[in-house]
Ligand binder design. Structure first.
Ligand code: AMP
Length: 401
């Protein structure tokens, strides 16, 4: 049994339920939703409430509006998409806690769904304001958090609001439970060998995660831009590749700690190098010992891909966060795509975290074969760092503390 208050342990029958969702989806300049994964992920919890005869109030943020209402941050397009996905009408409030929201929330009948406007149109949301939280809480008898992507933020609809519901009236939705359980199992009882694959631009963003993972993994693969700070620490000439000079000492400390703990740490042995950070530039495949000065490594090379594939072959658990190169440009996306293929070819439990990495997996056509793809970048990293998330803490069962 999990130590998280779960939606399926509550008596929901016929109640009014407030669900904090994460509908923070990407949109193009015409306000078309370009990726609706987050909307689709919320559906099991919404349907469960409807099946239990509830009336459902949905709330989310979208983007970072500065000063109240702005058309481009309206949740209206999300309401349309969700309505289509659910196959039913959704009522929409033009404000968050204003007259329209209050009227529509109070008139809501069992089986009906109401979506509030963008929570961040209210300044108090990001300030964890208790008055805003109280107003939101007054709309419903039950509070469900299914917004993993914001659980690392103490915001009014995530943290302060939980104070207005007791343990019989607040819980995590299905998506949030899944996210927490995958991260916890990974940290507490991974099947071995456990291989962490870490990439992306900077060491600084993943330093804490590396420190927390090191005593828990059997092997650590480091790729992407962050690998160059490690290679530099080992004395390689990395040309103009990405470098965080002030973290060279930390990189060495991680390598030292890895040795001490018996963790096998793997770095790229070759790279795809270019003279400029652009899709048009000519490229060379070079070993890390031979990066010409003035050139920069923008992807891992074919020898590194083969090496990492070997390293992954016997894995039973894989956690992957961060691309192996500048995957946004086709020329530098091969390393990430091949590592994605190598990961799904294992017989391991495979968990992917971070928006960029999820995009790579999607582009590689491997999404359906990964065990779990996390919807929250920052939040999933903080769980792996071993932090208690402000949105999750109030949902832990008191008896487990
Ligand atoms: P992060 O947000 O730290 O996970 O970093 C993701 C970003 O890292 C992506 O936008 C990649 O383009 C970038 N990245 C990956 N490899 C490199 C590299 N070798 N040089 C520069 N940027 C990189």
């Amino acid at each position: 049994m999990s130590d998280i208050l779960s939606i399926n342990e509550l008596n929901l029958s016929g109640k009014k339920v407030f669900i904090r969702c994460d509908f923070n989806v990407p949109m193009d300049e015409f306000l078309n939703i370009t990726d609706d994964r987050r909307i689709r992920s919320a559906i099991p919890t919404i349907r469960y409430c409807l099946d239990n005869g509830c009336s459902v109030i949905l709330a989310s943020h979208l983007g970072r509006p500065k000063n109240g209402f702005e058309e481009k941050f309206s949740l209206k397009p999300v309401e349309k998409r969700l309505s289509r996905l659910l196959g039913r009408d959704i009522k929409f409030a033009d404000d968050v806690i204003g007259q329209d929201a209050k009227k529509k929330a109070s008139e809501l009948k069992p089986g009906e769904v109401l979506m509030l406007e963008n929570l961040r149109f209210e300044k108090g949301e990001t300030k964890n304001d208790e008055n805003l939280a109280k107003e939101l809480a007054s709309f419903a008898q039950i509070y469900i958090n299914d917004a993993f992507g914001v659980c690392h933020r103490a915001h009014a609809s995530v943290e302060a609001i939980t104070k207005f519901f007791d343990d019989e009236h607040r819980a995590a939705g299905f998506l949030l439970q899944k996210e927490i359980n995958f991260a916890q199992n990974l940290i507490k009882k991974p099947a071995r060998p456990f291989v962490a694959v870490v990439g992306g631009s900077k060491v600084s963003g993943k330093l804490q995660a590396l420190h927390n993972l090191l005593p828990r993994v059997d092997k650590l693969i480091i790729g992407g831009g962050m690998a160059f700070t490690f290679l530099k620490a080992l004395g390689e000439n990395i040309g103009n590749s990405l470098l965080e000079e002030d973290l060279i000492a930390d990189a060495l400390e991680i390598l030292r700690k890895g040795k001490e703990l018996g963790v096998k740490v793997y770095l790229p042995v070759d790279v795809v190098a270019a003279q400029t950070f652009s899709a048009e530039s000519a490229v060379k495949y070079v070993s890390v010992q031979e990066i010409p000065s003035g050139w920069m490594g923008l992807d891992i090379g074919p020898a590194s891909t083969r090496l990492f594939k070997e390293v992954l072959a016997d894995a039973q658990t894989v956690w992957w966060n961060g691309p192996m190169g500048v995957f946004e440009m086709d020329k530098f996306s091969k390393g990430s795509i091949k590592i994605s293929h190598a990961i799904v070819e294992t017989h391991a439990t495979t968990v992917v975290g971070g928006g960029d990495t999820a995009d790579v997996v999607e582009r590689a056509g491997d999404a359906d074969e990964m065990t779990f793809i996390s919807t929250g970048g920052g939040a999933s990293l903080e769980l792996i760092e071993g932090k208690e998330l402000p949105g999750v803490k109030p949902l832990r069962k008191a008896s487990f503390e």
